[in-house]
Design a protein around this ligand. Structure first.
Ligand SMILES: [Fe+2]
Ligand SMILES: [Fe+2]
Length: 147
């Protein structure tokens, strides 16, 4: 498995959790559980991806700016997650913010898969693509059990 395949595994999980989250209603167990799952998945993925994908990309001119942009989008998603935590599950505002988060997650993953991945494919060596995948996976799993 290379780094792109490793990252895509979590992207698939994020899309499906975000899709299911915006189908929930009111103060339900389902909404609560899906939100906790999505929050844990986003946070573990962002931490491991920043360390073993974005940081190495910042070292290359061609990927420095897109990597910084990707990290900034992680912060924007964090802020929406925090906003959801401060909002009552039963409030109509909750689903509006959840839809905003859904939109941002989709946009970010699209940016990564269609933009940054192509550039990273050019600057990383084949050996790096494999070793970063292993490092990413280890970090992702350790972050995921903590959450
Ligand atoms: Fe990602
Ligand atoms: Fe990301």
């Amino acid at each position: 498995m290379n780094i792109f395949e490793a990252l895509r595994t979590s992207h698939t999980t994020q899309r499906s959790l975000a899709d299911n989250l915006i189908k929930t209603s009111g103060d339900s167990k389902e909404r609560d559980l899906l939100f906790k799952e999505l929050k844990a998945e986003l946070s573990a993925h962002a931490a491991a991806e920043e360390r073993f994908f974005y940081v190495p990309l910042i070292a290359h001119d061609m990927t420095q700016e897109p990597a910084r942009h990707g990290i900034a989008e992680h912060h924007e998603m964090d802020e929406l997650v925090e906003k959801l935590e401060k909002t009552e599950l039963s409030s109509p505002a909750w689903i509006a913010i959840a839809k905003e988060l859904h939109h941002k997650v989709y946009h970010h993953l699209e940016d990564e898969e269609q933009g940054i991945f192509q550039l990273a494919g050019k600057v990383l060596t084949e050996a790096e693509k494999l070793s970063l995948a292993k490092d990413y996976e280890g970090e992702f799993l350790s972050q995921r059990v903590k959450a």
